[in-house]
Structure formats: C-alpha cells, structure tokens
Ligand binder design. Structure first.
Ligand code: NAD
Length: 233
C-alpha cells in the first residue's frame, strides 16, 4: 500500500522538491497550490492529484484532505509548507498586506492541521511537518512580521506535539535558512550578496522527510547549508 502525502505550496521551491522526493519513494501526492497551472503540471509529472486553492480559505484544506481520501483511500503525511514573505512596513502599515501574511503563514497552517487530523487518525497515525524558517527561531529583522508568523507556527508545533502523540499523530517542523527558490529570487544580489551560501530545496526536502519519520514528538530541525540538520530543543 502506497504512502499518501498532501503538500501545500507544492507548485514551486521546497514544496515541489518534497513532492518529487516523496513520489520517488513511491508516495501518492496531493499537490495544493494557489498556482493552479503549476500544481497541475507537477501532478502530471508525478502522477499525483492537484488541488487548486488558497490556504487562507479553510475549505482548501478540507477539499485537499477529501481528495486524498477519495483518490487514494487514506492520508499519511501532511506537509504544511505554503508561505510568503510579508513585506509589511509597520511605519506605513497596510492592514491587507498584514492579514495576507498571517493568513497564509499562520491560518493556512492551523486550517491544515485541523482538517487533516481526523483523516490521519482514521488512518491510524501519520505525521505533519510544517515549514517554518530559521526566522521562526531567531530574529530576522529583514521582515519582522514574517519572523512573527514563523515563530507562531513553531509555537503551534511545540504546543501540539504531546497531545497529538497521544493519538498517534506526529507533528514537527523544519527551520531552513535562505534557500534557493523563487521566494528569495532577487534577494540574493540585493540583500545577501552574490556569494551568500543558499540551501538547495532538495536539502530542505531531505530534512522534511527526516522530520516526518522522527520518533520524537515535536521534532524541529534547523537546516543550514553544508551541514546535517540539527534538532532544536
Ligand atoms: P516558493 O515561492 O518557491 O513556493 C511557495 C509556494 O506556495 C508557491 O508555489 C506559491 O504559489 C504557494 N502559495 C503561496 N501562497 C499560497 C496560498 N495562499 N495558498 C496556496 N499556495 C500558496 O517559496 P519557497 O521558498 O519554496 O517557500 C516554501 C516555504 O518555505 C514557505 O513557507 C517559506 O516561508 C519557507 N521558507 C523559505 C525559505 C527560503 O529562503 N526560500 C527559507 C525558510 C523558510
């Protein structure tokens, strides 16, 4: 029986690398993204199923979980990965920009957990991994609201780890440093400098897989270029 995985923000970057890695290992993947064409393209490539939708809408998570169970009969692994930088400037506050960042990076994760838990429990356990960031553990003054949202989901993972373990569901997070994806395109030359070492999305995908299968509830992995992931305690 194949493992069934649901990945949000699957059309690009880290999410796409995780989907490809899990599919190479034989998993059936449900690929959720607001970029409907991108999700559909990857679904064709991986013989998976695309779900077009915005994770700020709770119904997107509900539809994705229902799709996994309808198409593949179960749900085992959930990667809550969709995320955006906020760009919020608190000296020229734009409430819509703020709500969007919190909506994608925090609400999207909360909805993903809430909607997938019943299916994971029905399947007898399984695991959730959230993509936080190094900015979820330390100050990143380039984008304080992004830093806030990434700390928030680390808090959620830490708070849920023990209660979920009691029902057989593992939850963890990965906290990558800067990774070479479209999210940081443009940033490298402007802010980081041309020689700044970036992670490859595949390095992060390997850490996500490690976190999925970690026996320890609430595993949080720090991922940095050129070294093995380090658990945060
Ligand atoms: P990316 O821009 O390459 O991919 C993000 C994907 O999420 C895109 O396909 C996008 O369409 C999708 N998405 C955005 N908003 C969405 C929404 N509302 N609903 C559904 N899908 C949505 O970026 P990435 O670098 O692969 O980022 C993935 C995750 O990794 C994010 O949570 C990001 O914060 C985190 N992260 C990235 C870095 C980095 O340096 N790239 C570092 C640490 C953490």
């Amino acid at each position: 029986m194949s493992t069934v995985a649901l990945i949000t923000g699957a059309a690009s970057g880290i999410g796409a690398a995780v989907a490809r890695r899990l599919a190479r290992g034989g998993a059936r993947c449900v690929l959720v993204d607001v970029d409907a064409d991108g999700a559909e393209r990857l679904a064709k490539e991986l013989d998976g199923t695309a779900v077009a939708g915005d994770v700020t809408d709770r119904d997107t998570s509900a539809r994705a979980v229902a799709t996994a169970e309808r198409a593949y009969g179960r749900l085992d692994l959930v990667h809550l990965n969709a995320g955006i930088s906020s760009g919020v400037d608190l000296t020229a506050f734009d409430p819509d920009q703020y709500r969007k960042a919190v909506g994608v990076n925090v609400d999207g994760v909360v909805y993903g957990v809430a909607e997938s838990l019943p299916a994971l429990t029905r399947g007898g356990g399984g695991a959730i991994v959230v993509t936080s960031s190094l900015a979820g553990l330390v100050a990143y003054d380039g984008d304080p609201v992004y830093t806030m949202t990434k700390h928030a989901v680390v808090g959620l993972v830490r708070g849920l780890a023990k209660p979920l373990a009691a029902s057989g569901v593992r939850i963890g997070a990965v906290c990558p440093g800067f990774t070479d994806t479209p999210l940081v395109a443009g940033m490298r030359d402007v802010f980081l400098g041309a020689g700044f070492p970036l992670l490859d999305a595949e390095d992060v995908a390997a850490a996500v897989e490690t976190a999925f299968y970690s026996e320890e509830p609430g595993t949080i992995l720090i991922v940095q270029p050129g070294r093995a992931p380090v658990p945060y305690r």
